[in-house]
Ligand binder design. Structure first.
Ligand code: HSE
Length: 437
């Protein structure tokens, strides 16, 4: 059987994993794909590394453009990352009629509409299982396994770095900065952790999942993004006392008015399976009208877990590349001419329940003032806890959990609460999700 030829751009962690797994499992993969999948050329700026990893098994080059222009190459794997040269290479590969496999969520979340359109016009596939939740086959599940369903919402722990940090903060009662340094030392967090800790990486991934779930164009620029760098470990402790865990969730929901697309630290009931996903693991919960809830769990990063997804895409393309393009699975799950431009809701229009923490003077009538403000904004209280002031203190922490309301109403109430003379400093507000049906 004639092999299908692959050009690999970037031989870093995932590239190295892909090379190793393709070699190790070559026989099984060939039995599944119907023909051998062979990496014929690797491009990397670090030629010495490329030579070392490939061990002379294929050509190596410094020039990535020579790979996307190479007539021998059928499929290009893009593992460079970012939206600069990676975009030029992907567009050039498509223009040359090559199929593309990429783990680049940043590129697809920001430029996906243009890339998928170019691929559609050229009749090639752009596969991106590795871009969302690493080794978990969530793209496959949403795009193919759940096609019978009207998907209602997706909520996912889709960033391992932040989940590791939150787990450590909860376990050890440590502050964010301390745990971040530890995560960097252990190699869980990048030297520049901004994209992970500020929720940008999770927002790239939930943007792609929203498009797959609802058949909408990718709209990363409309996502609401809040990371964990401002999270105080006292809120993790109070949440735990109330029966909740705090997780950085990517959430997308279909509502009457449009689509919610948001990333933020979220209180979820500790009894939910997803609340117990700890360390750098990922998990995605999908609610479909027919199937109900389904939960997908696994490693969201790492050499071989991510390679597992890259190679699954290679096998899919190998099986499908001779098929009529109309008979292939659409990039965004829905036929390109059936995508709908549902509005993405501004965060003020989102409906959620809320956790509020206030520092208040321990005086008569304080609670009455606060509950009156909430009632005026039509916000119903679910639970209230007042912590006893510490020895010799005259102020106490007050924690309120609200029932569901629109975020703009909670914001209006917070402004009024902060203006009360008895409230010290700012109100801490966190969103809560039940994640039940
Ligand atoms: N940096 C990501 C994470 C993995 O921490 O989950 C790659 O998307």
């Amino acid at each position: 059987m004639k092999p299908i030829n692959v050009g690999l751009l970037g031989i870093g962690t995932v590239g190295g994993g892909t090379f190793a797994v393709l070699q190790r499992n070559a026989e099984e993969i060939t039995r599944r794909a119907g023909r051998p999948i062979r990496i014929v050329v690797v491009a990397d700026k670090n030629m010495a590394l490329a030579r070392q990893v490939t061990g002379g098994a294929c050509r190596v080059t410094e020039d990535a453009f020579s790979v996307v222009n190479d007539p021998e190459v059928d499929i290009v794997i893009e593992l460079i990352g970012g939206y600069g040269v990676a975009k030029d290479l992907v567009m050039q590969a498509i223009a040359n009629g090559k199929h593309v496999v990429t783990a680049n969520k940043a590129l697809l979340a920001t430029n996906g509409n243009e890339i998928f359109k170019a691929a559609q016009d050229k009749g090639v596939m752009v596969a991106f299982e590795a871009a969302v939740a690493g080794g978990i086959p969530i793209v496959k599940a949403v795009r193919e396994g759940l096609t019978a369903n009207r998907i209602e919402w997706i909520a996912g722990i889709i960033n391992g770095t932040t989940n590791f940090i939150l787990s450590e903060m909860r376990d050890k009662g440590l502050a964010f900065d301390t745990v971040l340094k530890e995560a960097q030392r252990l190699g869980y967090a990048e030297a520049d952790p901004t994209f992970d800790v500020e929720g940008v990486d999770a927002a790239h991934k939930i943007t792609l999942l929203a498009s797959l779930a609802f058949g909408i164009p990718v709209q990363f620029d409309k996502a609401y993004i809040e990371g964990i760098s401002k999270l105080d470990s006292i809120d993790i402790r109070y949440a735990e006392q109330l029966g909740y865990r705090i997780k950085l969730l990517g959430i997308t929901k279909r509502t009457e008015e449009g689509v919610e697309l948001r990333v933020h630290p979220t209180l979820i009931p500790a009894k939910r399976l997803i609340a117990n996903v700890e360390g750098p693991m990922n998990a995605v919960l999908v609610q479909g009208d027919a199937v109900g809830s389904t939960l997908y769990y696994g490693k969201g990063a790492g050499a071989e877990p991510t390679a597992s997804s890259v190679i699954a895409d290679l096998v899919d393309i190998t099986r499908m590349h001779t098929a009529d393009p109309e008979n292939r699975v659409p990039h965004l799950a829905f036929q390109p001419d059936a995508l709908v431009d549902l509005p993405i809701l501004a965060i003020g229009e989102v409906i959620s329940s809320y956790y509020l923490r206030l520092r208040v003077a321990d005086k008569m009538g304080v609670l009455a003032d606060i509950t009156r403000i909430l009632a005026d904004e039509q916000i119903s209280i679910d639970a209230v806890i007042q912590k006893e002031p510490g020895e010799g203190e005259t102020q106490a922490d007050l924690i309120l959990l609200t029932h569901q309301t629109r975020e703009k109403y909670i914001n209006a109430a917070i402004v009024k609460i902060e203006a009360l003379g008895v409230v010290v400093g700012k109100v801490t507000m966190l969103r809560m999700e039940e994640l039940g049906k």
